[in-house]
Ligand binder design. Structure first.
Ligand code: FEO
Ligand code: CA
Ligand code: CA
Ligand code: CA
Length: 596
């Protein structure tokens, strides 16, 4: 394989066994390692925050100053003078659970049979979304501690004021009753994975934002690709608890009597990459429309020595695509001001995987590749707001739910987790293909690619399947067909992250209580060798939780991961306390590099 010139990392720990049963309420790491709950839902973030109340009776206003729920993508930003001892931890809060309220959400019905929610509950739910920034530091004993209060600490929520920039900013399709400029939006939603730029900003990514909106005008919905193609429902969506009943911004039904159609365009203002500077607590986050609008999992940067960059993203829905964005400008370490708006100009591409192991990035540019006014793309704003539809036109390859992308630190090869897809080979729009070779795919695969000449801006690449996940050892792949899974079993790869030594860390997300996953145990964190494809299980989590959000210190001696939506009583693990999504810190007892 052309990929075998990667570093071969040492993977020296003794793997942990699967954790079976429905009462597992702990995190288990290998002998010689310590894992400690570090940052949980309800922890104090902003100065003046109230203590978390274990009966969930904190108010919406209190929640605004505390950690949100469902910790997901995150990143450790070191301070330059003490990079392994002091930094900012930026943590996404993807969504909320019923545990947010003392007795779950209150739902009533009005005289028309429409579901209604109390305003204070909706406000608390909105406050539990978004991002936390916390200052963290090692104490005299070498233990990581949260610095509180800290002027860096910050919460972004579903109601934080944000700017909109790039080619779609200010277009008619971005204007709402509240915003006649099309350049100012409240909040970010469903922040799953993330990205980091070479100039030190954090990229929030907006994933399943579609679930928060409703367009009850069935005929309008049928004809509006910016709603229908993205999965917005024509019926109120219970998953996000009928916010539209308390906050009209989430009712995207067109209202002819209101300016700019009311909030019919509000969903067009979500699905973007949102950039912000964690070191500047006053900075206003910016939605960068040049990258396009997706159900966007993450945004992973690769950079060549000359400053040429690409940003890779999966669109996590069954049969959706893998994308990249190549900024027009190059990163300049010597001119920080020149980097500030690099994400406003560039080209979005979508991936096509050919059976011969080559692939193409097809440009999503108005006027090219069939993106014409006749096909619904009169301007580049049209292309970016309906990037999925543009990708359909250019012939992108439908994938098995693309989640995180990781980039190898030495070779710059990209790895994407394709988590699972029960529609593969079943839905006529999703036939088997070389990159997605298994029908009714419950277990997922990891695919990797190398850009031609290892140039981030290349329009062609080589690719292969790295691993097929699942309980069955695939020992005899046909030559060139797909790879074996060597070592410890797992299903549904989701989080992917390379450490500096080239270890590939794989976090899983499956429902261990479903029969498809019998024997797999609770969700896991694994470590893979990119050359031998050997996989070792590093950690098992509590029942009900997915594992996600991988980051570490530059020296590799601290690792953080997230235990998202645990089911029992983690992190208290006392069988009584309500569970809390939690960031866990891992160190090696001998002070060595994690995984070595
Ligand atoms: Fe929020 Fe695709 O995981
Ligand atoms: Ca998640
Ligand atoms: Ca995910
Ligand atoms: Ca997932």
């Amino acid at each position: 394989s052309i990929f075998n010139d990667a570093l071969r990392p040492t993977i020296g720990f003794t793997p942990v066994p699967v954790a079976l049963g429905d009462q597992v309420d702990v995190v288990t790491v290998p002998y010689g390692y310590t894992a400690r709950p570090f940052f949980s839902w309800g922890d104090k973030v902003v100065k003046g925050a109230a203590d978390w109340r274990s009966d969930a009776s904190n108010t919406a206003a209190e929640q605004e100053l505390q950690a949100g729920q469902n910790n997901d993508g995150m990143h450790f930003f070191p301070f330059p003078d003490a990079p392994n001892e002091h930094g900012l931890l930026v943590v996404n809060h993807e969504y909320i659970n019923d545990t947010l309220h003392p007795n779950g959400p209150t739902v009533t019905e009005n005289s028309q049979g429409q579901k209604q929610r109390p305003m204070q509950e909706v406000l608390k739910e909105q406050a539990a979304h978004g991002v936390s920034v916390i200052e963290i530091k090692k104490d005299a004993d070498g233990q990581w501690q949260k610095v509180y209060p800290s002027h860096y600490n910050r919460r972004l929520t579903a109601n934080t004021v944000m700017d909109i920039s790039g080619p779609a900013a200010g277009s008619a399709a971005m204007k709402t009753l509240q915003d006649e400029t099309g350049r100012r939006v409240l909040g970010t939603l469903n922040n799953c994975s993330m990205g980091v730029t070479p100039w030190g900003t954090y990229l929030i990514c907006e994933e399943n934002w579609k679930n928060y909106f409703v367009n009850r005008d069935e005929q309008d919905w049928q004809n509006r690709p910016a709603h229908k193609r993205y999965g917005i429902s024509a019926e109120a969506n219970s998953y996000y608890n009928y916010w539209e009943s308390a906050d009209e911004r989430f009712d995207a039904t067109p209202k002819a009597e209101q300016k700019r159609g009311g909030y019919v365009n509000e969903p067009n203002r979500f699905g973007w990459v949102v950039e912000f500077d964690p070191f500047d607590p006053e900075s206003r986050p910016v939605k960068r429309t040049a990258l396009g609008r997706l159900v966007r999992e993450g945004c992973t940067c690769v950079m060549a020595d000359d400053g040429t960059m690409a940003f890779y993203s999966g669109d996590d829905t069954r049969g959706e695509y893998v994308y990249k964005f190549v900024p027009e400008g190059k990163f300049r370490a010597d001119a920080p001001a020149a980097n500030r708006d690099l994400l406003d100009k560039g080209t979005a591409y979508v991936a096509v995987y050919h059976a011969d192991g080559t692939g193409e990035w097809r440009a999503l540019v108005q006027g090219e590749n069939g993106l014409t006014p006749e096909n619904g793309f009169a301007t580049q704003a049209d292309v970016l707001i309906n990037l999925r539809g543009a990708a359909d036109v250019v012939g992108a390859t439908p994938m098995d739910r693309p989640e995180w992308v990781a980039v190898h630190p030495q070779t710059t090869d990209g790895y994407v987790s394709l988590t699972n897809n029960y529609k593969r080979g079943v839905d006529p729009d999703q036939p088997l293909n070389a990159a997605n070779p298994r029908a009714d795919n419950d277990h997922g695969q990891i695919l990797r690619w190398r850009e031609f000449d290892q140039n981030p801006a290349a329009e062609k690449f080589h690719w292969e399947l790295f691993l097929l996940a699942g309980p069955v050892l695939q020992t005899q792949p046909k030559p060139g067909e797909f790879a074996a899974l060597e070592g410890d079993r797992f299903s549904c790869p989701d989080g992917l992250w390379f450490d500096g030594d080239g270890r590939l860390w794989i976090a899983t997300d499956y429902d261990e209580l479903e029969p498809e996953y019998a024997g797999q145990g609770t969700n896991q964190l694994l470590c893979a060798d990119p050359v031998t494809r050997e996989v070792k299980r590093f950690m098992t989590g509590p029942v009900g939780a997915e594992i996600t959000g991988l980051t570490g210190t530059p020296d590799g001696k601290t690792l953080w991961f997230n235990v998202q939506h645990p089911g029992l009583s983690y992190p208290a693990s006392d069988g009584v306390t309500r569970p809390r999504s939690t960031t866990v810190v891992v160190t090696k007892d001998d002070g060595g590099v994690i995984g070595s």
